[in-house]
Design a protein around this ligand. Structure first.
Ligand SMILES: [Zn+2]
Ligand SMILES: [Zn+2]
Length: 392
């Protein structure tokens, strides 16, 4: 496996960084020690610019290569999860109730490794910006950095992200061209009826019957109105109405979630749910208040950048170890905000080696350090291929 030789030489350092970060996890927007650790190392490596406090606790480093106009952004996430660790490893979390259960410690260590390599070798033409972002786990740290002017201050042409993937073997990569991860949204439907005696429904406007009709009808959005080859999930997960057996309640509240891959399917679900709920409510003589809250957008990879990412990965692990057409997953990822702002790719790096798979977000999860040199070599070759200074 052609790991970049120079990267292999600091595998032990990356392992030490990764284990230090693992032992000292911090939750979203609280990554002050992590950010300080990252910034200290970046300064040691001699990066050209170092910026802290972007999107609250984010860190950005700029490394200039040889003369060239290309500007590429590489991103790692730094936050941990509110989980009590049960891995039993020597470098387990020293903080009760917090752990790196998604491998962001590994992502941070690999991008630090890439920073060290790129600052030392500068074997590329143009500028590389390294984005160490806070709060990927549900709090949209990527969005916070963008809103803090990330792409105005560091105007990159393309962005690349990487996530460790325990369901794939070590020494393999998966790269979707197009949708990779779902958008995750939630909605509330409040039905305003008229309460009354359960024995005299003609004098009331019943939100329970209307709500039950909406639950049923909502199932037809996915099954009857969306292309069967597209994917979406609409689940109504909460239905609150009334509190006794002989009174028609005055209101009912429904909650649920919508998962989609395509922006147009997401827009369609939001609109059709509203039309369906308000139409059924008004047909039954009730008022309807509808609220739709958008979570992370779908993570949609761009075509040219996905080919480039797959080619760089193939150079490290071999073309037959890069799956260019893996199944997308219904999880969500806030790198999606960066992919909405700039063309780019989000790649999965296999980490599984023997034994049972330790799943992401599980209390026994620990990042596989044998993947560190692979991920860092991927970053190094991606940059050198995209920003080649050799005459073509
Ligand atoms: Zn996660
Ligand atoms: Zn993650």
């Amino acid at each position: 496996m052609p790991i970049v030789n120079r990267v292999a030489e600091f595998h032990d350092d990356m392992t030490a960084w990764r284990r230090h970060l693992h032992a000292h996890p911090e939750l979203g927007f609280e990554e002050t020690q992590t950010a300080a650790f990252v910034a200290r190392h970046l300064a040691e490596f001699g990066v050209d610019e170092l910026h802290e406090g972007i999107g609250r606790t984010g860190v950005v480093a700029v490394i200039r290569g040889r003369e060239g106009n290309a500007r590429i952004g590489l991103r790692a996430d730094m936050d941990a999860l509110p989980i009590q660790e049960r891995s039993g490893v020597a470098h387990a979390s020293t903080v009760a109730g917090k752990m790196h259960a998604c491998g962001h410690d590994g992502h941070t260590a690999m991008l630090l490794g890439a920073a060290r390599y790129l600052a030392e070798t500068r074997n590329f033409a143009g500028t590389v910006c390294l984005f160490f972002q806070p709060a990927e786990e549900g709090r949209a740290g990527a969005k916070a950095m963008i809103e803090d002017g990330l792409f105005e201050r560091f105007p990159v042409d393309e962005v690349y992200g990487l996530h460790n993937w325990p369901g794939m073997p070590l020494g393999s990569f998966g790269v979707c061209n197009g949708p990779a991860m779902a958008a995750s949204d939630e909605f509330t439907i409040r039905l305003e009826g008229r309460g009354g005696h359960a024995a005299m429904p003609n004098l009331a406007a019943d939100p329970v019957t209307a709500g039950a009709t909406i639950v049923q009808a909502a199932q037809t959005i996915v099954s009857r109105q969306i292309d069967p080859l597209d994917n979406a999930v609409i689940s109504i997960t909460k239905f609150i109405a009334g509190d006794t057996f002989n009174v028609i309640p005055g209101e009912a509240v429904l909650n649920g979630t919508v998962r989609t891959f395509k922006p147009e399917t997401r827009d369609f679900c939001e609109r059709r749910l509203r039309e369906l709920a308000s139409g059924i409510a008004s047909a039954m003589g009730l008022g309807c208040e509808y609220r739709y809250r958008r979570g992370y957008p779908p993570t949609v990879n761009h075509p040219n950048q996905s080919v480039a990412a797959g080619d760089a990965a193939a150079e490290i692990v071999g073309a037959d170890r890069v799956d260019r057409n893996p199944m997308p997953v219904m999880g969500a990822e806030d790198f999606s905000y960066m992919l909405e702002a700039r063309p780019g790719n989000y790649i999965w790096m296999g980490t599984h080696e023997g034994g049972p798979v330790s799943a992401l977000h599980h209390p026994e999860f620990d990042f596989n350090d044998n993947a560190l040199s692979i991920g860092t070599s991927y970053w190094a070759r991606l940059v050198e291929r995209l920003m080649s200074h050799e005459p073509v």
